[in-house]
Every structure is written in structure tokens, then in C-alpha cells.
Design a protein. Structure first.
Length: 248
């Protein structure tokens, strides 16, 4: 469905040297599967997502969607082809309200549908439908609205960049349930979840570990999860110091 062939992305450093952020990535994402991309901070996960979405232009290699080379297409064209991306840090759109944003994603949606989309991500529709998408929203609120927007779209490839970041544990479980329900075993679509979460990784079909821009490990979850489990669990404990503290 979505095929990355020898994809690399290089940036210019301030001293004039060049740095490869993702290196020679080859992945064939199949329909009906849930992929997890994980790995240390700075490993290139967000960059890879932005390269797939066309926000960053890759330097070498090719990207194919259902056999068609989309390497030269921009963000809007890739969105039209059915690729959607929920940012790690969602951008704010001052002057646009929540209901407008969901309607852009799903033009035919009615009032009941709109309300359900917000309730699904744990937000009360009465409080949020008319809220401005500007900087007045907290990180967690913007994140949930963005996930609702991507879930409303009729995409064939949906990328969720750390959906757990800034969202409470109860909502994470709920969001993951929605993602699984929509994408797992759906022959029309694929979901890629960038995550470190110990509750999310084991329920994906495949895990890809990206480190220093390279694929360090990849395979079925049965195969990869036991190898990374201890690292992920330790990391979570280190971050929360035994307490689970989430920004709401
Ligand atoms: N536009 C950019 N220009 C220069 N360096 C970048 C750019 N985007 C990301 N990087 C660098 O590339 C590396 C990978 O970043 P990122 O993809 O955000 O990692 P991850 O999502 O895995 O934490 C980091 O060292 C980051 O500072
Ligand atoms: Mg990232």
C-alpha cells in the first residue's frame, strides 16, 4: 500500500555540513495492519512521518502509494491521496473553531456525528464545538481534537505521532481502542502509531524501532515486543518517577 524505497532525508547544519536524519529506509506498509514506530528521542520518527506526509521533502529514494510514485507531491496532494497525519505537537489555527476543523475533515458530517467525534476523544461537545483552535487550548485538548479530526477523515494511511503525549491514561486507552476499531483488519487502510507507550506497543501488529535515523529492529509484535519491553517500561518509570503524571 505505502512503500518507502531507500528513503533518506538530509538537512544542512548551521556550520554548512550536512546531516542525514533518516537513512535508507525501506518499509512496505500493508493494508489492514497497525504499525508501531518506536525508538529513542531524536531517532527520526517524527521526521519520517513528515516525509511520508510531504511536509519534509526526502533527499533520496522514492515513496509509492498503491504503486503510484508520490515522491514529488506536496502535503495537500498527499492528503487528497488519502494520507493523514496527527502531529506530535498540533499546530493552532486561530479564527477556526473545533466544529469547522472536524467539518473540513469530514464535510458531510451532521451535528450528531460531530458531537460523537468529540465524545469519542473524551471531550464534552457542548464545551468544545465552538472553541477557537487558537493558543487558548491546552496541549492535551489540541491533541485530542486533532486525533478526532484524523479519525473523522476517510484516509487510507493515518499516522498518529505520539497520541499518548499530554493525554491522561484513561483517554489513551480510549483513543487506542478507536484506532484499533477503525484500522485493524480493515483492508482499506493502515495506521502508523509513533509511540513509546507500554500499553500501545503490544497491541500493534508490527513494531519498527528507529534509532539514529536507521531501522534497528522490525518485525511482528510477538517477535519485537519481548526484546524492547524492559527498555520501554524502564523509560516510562524514569519519566514518571513511579507516579503517572499527565498534563491535561
Ligand atoms: N527540520 C530540521 N532541521 C534540522 N534538524 C532537524 C529537523 N527536524 C528534525 N531534526 C533533527 O533530527 C533528529 C530527529 O528528530 P525527530 O524526527 O523529531 O526525532 P523523534 O521524533 O524520533 O524524537 C533530531 O536530532 C532533530 O533535532
Ligand atoms: Mg517525535
Amino acid at each position: 500500500m505505502l512503500k518507502l524505497e531507500n528513503v533518506s532525508m538530509t538537512v544542512n547544519n548551521s556550520n554548512g555540513s550536512r546531516r542525514e536524519i533518516i537513512r535508507d529506509i525501506n518499509i512496505d506498509f500493508e493494508p489492514g495492519k497497525l504499525y508501531a514506530i518506536t525508538g529513542p528521542n531524536g531517532g527520526g520518527k517524527t521526521t519520517l512521518a513528515k516525509v511520508i506526509m510531504g511536509i519534509y521533502q526526502h533527499s533520496t529514494g522514492n515513496i509509492y502509494l498503491n504503486g503510484e510514485d508520490i515522491s514529488q507531491l506536496g502535503v495537500t496532494e498527499r492528503a487528497r491521496c488519502g494520507i493523514a497525519y496527527a502531529f506530535q505537537q498540533p499546530p493552532r489555527f486561530k479564527g477556526l473553531n473545533v466544529s469547522d476543523l472536524i467539518k473540513i475533515a469530514s464535510p458531510g458530517i451532521d451535528g450528531l456525528g460531530l458531537r460523537k467525534k468529540l465524545r469519542d476523544v473524551g471531550l464534552c461537545p457542548e464545551d468544545y464545538l465552538d472553541r477557537d483552535m487558537g493558543p487558548g487550548l491546552s496541549g492535551g485538548e489540541a491533541k485530542r481534537i486533532e486525533i478526532a479530526q484524523v479519525l473523522s477523515r476517510d484516509s487510507i494511511i493515518s499516522i498518529f505521532d505520539e497520541p499518548e503525549a499530554g493525554v491522561d491514561l484513561w483517554t489513551v486507552q480510549r483513543l487506542i481502542g478507536l484506532i484499533v476499531q477503525k484500522y485493524q483488519d480493515n483492508p482499506e487502510s493502515t495506521a502508523i502509531i509513533i509511540t513509546h507507550h507500554e500499553n500501545v506497543l503490544p497491541i500493534c501488529d508490527e513494531i519498527i524501532v528507529l534509532e539514529e535515523g536507521l531501522i534497528k529492529l522490525r518485525g511482528s509484535t510477538e517477535e519485537i515486543w519481548p526484546l524492547i519491553k524492559n527498555d520501554v517500561q524502564c523509560k516510562m518509570r524514569e519519566q514518571c518517577r513511579g507516579e503517572v503524571c499527565y498534563e491535561l
